[in-house]
Ligand binder design. Structure first.
Ligand code: FA5
Length: 344
């Protein structure tokens, strides 16, 4: 047995001289430590060793096993070090005297504006909530009064998942859950990422952000809606902004409006930002449709409310003078950093 152990040790030391890479190392490991390896094989001899020698032989087998395991670990480390060194040798030389970009970033302009809007609404007593990015068809459409065959579905070309769920096309998808959680007397703001299968252009992305708000109580009026929207705009633009409502259409509000803000840059006189109209189309909104309240378990005879769905990217573009929405998702750090000073 002793000779057999010595013979395996010698053989291992010999074999290990031929290791060139990780795969030959693995072959060596299997040949000695694997299920059918030489160490397992030794155990067959061990069974016939006389009892008085078993302790000594056992120790020798263990020592050999440790020796092999340690050597293999050492080889592995050496091969890894060699690979790193080769990588370093391959790398192009670089000039260590070049000035360093410290890499200090800034918040994304959308994050900055979202925080401003959230702060303004929080200060007016709104609860800030979150929505899912993957939603059920029920929440995204049916619960906001858009049943399966409703033509309004065509307005939002949707990414469907194999299981019948959707990537949320609008923050309104959270309305039902929020009304069930907080209604029938609530003021809730819920920002979120939305997705639509859009033909992308300077003002349309397939991934964009909205901030939605709902207020439900007894005797809520359009005047309340205008009050809150004005408060928000005055806070964001840090000046007095006028608003006007034009008729709009959404299946989940009745009446529905498009809310325009007086141009914060020319004060309504007309400039390139507002296309010389003095007004900027900003925020679809309206009084929550009784069906939406009913579906969410709120009695529309007793309670009513308003909802709005502000396009965050649009607000960022207006505030920063950005002419193309695609910049916001481009991850171009040099461009994004400029907004640190422009937006704040
Ligand atoms: C809606 O999504 C409604 N859920 C808004 C709403 C909520 C109305 C509550 C009434 C009550 P709309 O599809 O118009 O509406 O989108 C709202 C805003 O999201 C738009 O004004 C626009 O600023 C922004 N938006 C919509 N689609 C895109 C897009 N593809 N890329 C960038 N922004 C978009």
């Amino acid at each position: 047995m002793k000779e057999k152990i010595n013979e395996i040790e010698k053989q291992f030391d010999e074999d290990s001289k031929n290791i060139a890479d990780l795969s030959s190392l693995e072959e060596l490991r299997l040949a000695y430590l694997g299920k059918k390896g030489k160490i397992t094989d030794l155990m067959t001899y061990f069974r016939v060793v006389p009892a008085e020698l078993k302790k000594e032989m056992g120790m020798l087998v263990n020592n050999l096993k440790n020796h092999i395991e340690e050597s293999i670990a050492e080889f592995k480390q050496k091969l890894a070090d060699k690979a790193v060194q080769e990588e370093i040798n391959r790398a192009k030389p670089f000039d260590i005297t070049l000035p360093v970009d410290t890499g200090v970033g800034s918040l994304h302009p959308r994050t900055i504006i979202q925080k401003q809007v959230v702060d303004i609404f929080s200060s007016m007593g709104f609860i800030i909530e979150d929505g899912n990015e993957i939603e059920t068809e029920y929440n995204n459409f049916i619960a906001v009064n858009v049943p399966e065959t409703h033509p309004a579905r065509d307005m939002q070309d949707t990414f469907w998942l194999d299981n019948g769920e959707v990537l949320k096309t609008q923050t309104s998808a959270a309305q039902n859950r929020i009304l069930r959680t907080y209604g029938p007397k609530c003021k809730v703001l819920f920002p979120g990422r939305c997705f639509r299968n859009e033909a992308i252009d300077a003002s349309h992305e397939n991934t964009f952000f909205q901030i939605e708000g709902v207020v439900v109580d007894e005797n809520v009026s359009v005047a309340n809606l205008i009050y809150f929207m004005k408060k928000m705009l005055n806070g964001v633009f840090k000046k007095d902004i006028n608003v006007r409502l034009r008729p709009g259409y959404f299946p989940f509000t009745e009446p529905s409006f498009e809310l325009d803000a007086s141009c914060p840059f020319c004060g309504g006189k007309g400039c390139s930002t507002c296309g010389n109209s003095g007004w900027i189309e900003l925020c679809p909104c309206g009084m929550i449709h009784p069906n939406v309240l009913k579906i969410a378990g709120v009695d529309p005879e007793k309670y009513n409310g308003f909802a709005f769905g502000l396009g965050m990217d649009r607000l960022v573009m207006i505030k920063s003078g950005l002419d193309d929405i695609r910049h916001l998702n481009a991850g171009e750090v040099k461009l994004l950093r400029q907004f640190k000073t422009k937006i704040n």
